[in-house]
Design a binder for this molecule. Structure first.
Ligand SMILES: C[S@@+](CC[C@H](N)C(=O)[O-])C[C@H]1O[C@@H](n2cnc3c(N)ncnc32)[C@H](O)[C@@H]1O
Length: 272
């Protein structure tokens, strides 16, 4: 073990357990419990969205990545979706959206031009299509492609959206997915926002970037609110940054919002 790894493990011995689980033949659910798989946030959101869809009686759901670039995230999302589909017993369609040509020009200071550069993250579309098995790839500006996708409809309800478009302006446009007609989304849609923490050069605030897009969305919607999962880190074996990047879009007016789905019997031992 190199010195850096040893320091990490001494600081938090749970990391050694995670490494063991990762190398073992543990089930998907055990790996998820220990974050012992790649992009555990994609796995967590796909798994819980699928369980919600199943509990609501759906036979399929959609999971979406907004901002695909080279495609490592979309390829992994497709893999997690395949595993979760078998585990939960539901069909999962994976969709990715990207300009293809890399980051567009920033709209204004809200797009954090001091962090992102136009033209970066350009996609090799042919190479990516070759790596994908069934995922749908939608190429173009999300300001056009997302409304067209919603308008066309016909896809299973969206249960998870990974937002990785970096800019405030692109994220605002893409959030149109979250106020599509209710049959096109679950009453609670898991959302992952990649750019709300970042490195020390990125200084995120609710006044720019993805955090501002969330604020704008919530201000513009009376009955749909995008909110972090309060206390998620306390439900995790190993608390991690992604716990603060997972949100849920709650649509309180969705026809299925109040459908009871909790599997617990709530036997609190009060009956003596
Ligand atoms: C950081 S990269 C995505 C990385 C990818 N999710 C991954 O994990 O490998 C951001 C992407 O957002 C895309 N993007 C930003 N604004 C866009 C817009 N308005 N329309 C379409 N794509 C956009 C860029 O083309 C870029 O590929």
């Amino acid at each position: 073990m190199d010195a850096d790894k040893l320091i990490n493990v001494l600081a938090d011995p749970r990391l050694a357990v995670r490494a063991l689980v990762k190398r073992s033949r543990a089930s998907f659910e055990r790996r998820l419990e220990w974050d012992a798989l790649d992009r555990p946030h994609y796995a967590y959101c796909t798994y819980h969205a699928a369980r919600l869809a199943k509990a609501l009686g759906h036979d399929a759901l959609s999971v979406v990545e907004l901002g695909v670039a080279g495609g490592n995230g979309l390829v992994l999302l497709e893999q997690h979706a395949g595993t979760v589909a078998d585990l939960v017993g539901i069909r999962i369609e994976t969709v990715g959206f990207d300009a293809g040509s890399g980051m567009p020009e920033p709209a204004d200071h809200r797009d954090l031009a001091y962090v992102w550069r136009p033209g970066s993250f350009a996609m090799d579309e042919a190479a990516l299509r070759h790596r994908l098995r069934s995922a749908r790839l939608v190429i173009g500006d999300v300001a056009t492609t997302v409304p067209a996708f919603v308008e066309e409809g016909g896809y299973p309800p969206v249960g998870f959206v990974a937002f990785d478009l970096d800019y405030w302006s692109s994220t605002v446009a893409a959030m149109r997915l979250l106020d599509a007609p209710p049959e096109l989304r679950l009453p609670r849609v898991y959302c992952y926002f990649d750019d709300v923490i970042g490195d020390d050069w990125e200084i995120h605030s609710p006044y720019a970037g993805e955090l501002l897009a969330i604020e704008d969305f919530n201000a513009g919607h009376d009955h749909i609110k995008v909110s972090p999962i309060h206390g998620l880190r306390h439900k995790r074996r190993i608390p991690a940054a992604w716990n603060d990047q997972v949100y849920v879009a709650h649509d309180f007016a969705h026809p299925r919002y109040d459908t009871h789905v909790h599997p617990g019997g709530w036997d609190l031992g009060l009956r003596g």
